[in-house]
Design a protein around this ligand. Structure first.
Ligand SMILES: Cc1ncc(COP(=O)(O)O)c(C=O)c1O
Length: 501
């Protein structure tokens, strides 16, 4: 019997979520009516046997959902407006792989993405809710420019001197190894390799562990760039259901292993999964790493969003559980430090030498200036302050966005509020097609990311990702009003959802 079969099938939600769900249900059912005072943090801790941070996070989740409001120094109270009570996204059946493999069906994501990008490029986009990126003003551009210029003064040869020695700069390696240690990851400096963000890292990882026709387990839904990478390398993706509460389904992964002899790797975003925002519980991470070791599957960890989790430091990467080099760890600073730098790094686990060889064969030398800039920033106390400010801005923007969805979208809209990050994954009511909504919104100058971008299964036609990266201005609020009106008009035309079935 395998390791997984001896354990319970369903992984429980994180504790804070269970507490939030308990009160969310009570508010929806009217047991706790408008204006009712919520239990205090201390009462929640006693009643549910949870820690201070869990109790606080539960209350903040309810606040993000628009269910409760904080009154300074008094406590939390149930909100007045019942329409602000959005249900959570429906969960997939976690026991089965979503999609049996069929070569023909698994082609086409790159074509679809190109089409979407081209349509967006041709349209006059005024409000971009389609790109999961913090607005430029949320980064510290002035500090980056200052440090970048100082580095050029200190190393006047840096842009003109060829670097004959392949490899990553030792200063960058040392800084990344130190930072990784803070999250429980032990990587020797010489095992840190610089990459052009996580796109390059994941591509190199796939090339190192699989060859044409091999099968890669992907979360469903997942970031479309990961599906693109698999398709571009003539690999085949099998989509494994992923829960907005706990992430990748281990039960379904086990079935996939039994069904697919050519399964070589699993690609996972364990923190703030894109698009639904789950943070994988630690127990789940430990089981996933052990399972991949047992079945000799490469575990490619895309850890691009961990620093944007509202409570950083609590979450350790999968790599922290890796004892045998089975985890290929990929980090990017494109969402946290400087999107224009495209600086990332990876550790290839037991495939590290092969990953280095592939990197050298494909792109040769590394850009030293970008590495030194990233190293100097990331190694400073100012970076921690910047991250904490960024998380604060994103939390406020997310909260306003959730409230706008609750106010302006049609009844029956659902969403799962993520514990951090940049985006919201929204389930639209019957009758709304997100592909059509994408087209109609573009005509109004608004860009969204329709559900079918995040899967090859065709299962997410009623889902949509909205970015909360923009400061919540009246123009952004007006875009939510327009999106809500467009969705309501679709329902009026097709109440049974026959065209978007
Ligand atoms: C989960 C995930 N991985 C990777 C990327 C791309 O990473 P990078 O910009 O570092 O290449 C993104 C970008 O949105 C993403 O959401």
């Amino acid at each position: 019997m395998s390791d997984l079969q001896t354990r319970p099938l369903a992984e429980p939600s994180p504790l804070y979520r269970q507490v939030a769900e308990h009160y969310h249900q009570a508010i929806r059912q009217g047991v706790l009516g408008a204006g009712t005072r919520m239990p205090s943090v201390r009462e929640l801790m006693q009643r549910h046997g949870v820690s201070l941070s869990t109790a606080l996070q539960a209350l903040r989740t309810l606040e993000s959902l628009g269910c409760v409001q904080a009154r300074p120094r008094v406590g939390y109270f149930v909100c007045d407006s019942p329409q602000s009570l959005l249900g959570e996204c429906s969960e997939p059946d976690l026991r089965l792989p979503l999609h049996r493999l069929d070569g023909a069906e698994f082609a086409g994501i790159n074509e679809r993405i190109s089409l979407w990008l081209e349509k967006s490029r041709l349209a006059q986009v005024r409000i971009d809710l389609g790109s999961a990126m913090p607005a430029a003003e949320l980064f510290d551009g002035a500090a980056l420019n200052r440090i970048g210029a100082a580095l050029l003064r200190e190393h006047p040869e840096i842009l003109v001197q060829g670097h004959s020695r392949p490899g990553t700069h030792p200063i960058f390696q040392a800084a990344m190894a130190r930072r990784a240690l803070e999250s429980g990851v032990h990587v020797a400096p010489h095992e840190v390799m610089s990459t052009l963000g996580n796109s390059e890292a994941v591509n190199l990882a796939l090339s190192a562990v699989a060859e044409q026709g091999d099968v890669i387990a992907m979360e469903s839904p997942t970031f479309y760039g990961l599906l693109q990478a698999v398709e571009a390398q003539n690999l085949r993706a099998i989509e494994i259901p992923s829960s907005a509460r706990t992430g990748l389904s281990l039960e379904a992964l086990e079935l996939a292993v039994q069904q697919e002899p050519r399964l070589k790797a699993v690609v996972v975003v364990p923190h703030l999964q894109m698009p639904h925002g789950a943070v994988m519980p630690d127990a789940h991470k430990a089981r996933l790493v052990a399972f991949c070791e047992q079945h000799n599957l490469a575990l490619i960890e895309d850890d691009i969003y961990r620093e944007l989790v509202d409570t950083p430091g609590v979450s350790r990467p999968l790599k922290a559980w890796d004892r045998s080099g089975q985890v290929i760890y990929c980090v990017s600073f494109n969402k946290t430090l400087a999107p224009g730098l495209r600086q990332g790094w990876m550790n290839g686990g037991r495939w590290h030498t092969r990953v280095q060889m592939l990197k050298f064969a494909k792109t040769r030398n590394m850009q030293v200036w970008a590495q030194l800039l990233a190293a100097r920033c990331v190694d400073s106390a100012a970076f921690s302050r910047h991250l904490s400010r960024l998380r604060g801005h994103l939390a406020r923007q997310r909260e306003r966005s959730v409230q706008a969805v609750a106010r302006h979208f049609p009844v029956g809209t659902r969403l799962s509020v993520p514990p951090g990050g940049l985006s919201l994954w929204i389930e639209l009511p019957l009758g709304v097609s997100s592909s059509l909504l994408f087209e109609r919104a573009l005509d109004c100058g608004i860009r969204v990311a329709p559900g079918p971008m995040f899967s090859n299964t065709g299962r997410y036609e009623r889902f949509m990702r909205l970015s909360c990266g923009l400061p919540f201005t009246p123009e952004v609020e007006a875009a939510y009003v327009t999106l809500g009106q467009l969705a309501k008009a679709m329902i009026a035309q097709d109440p049974l959802g026959l065209s978007a079935a």
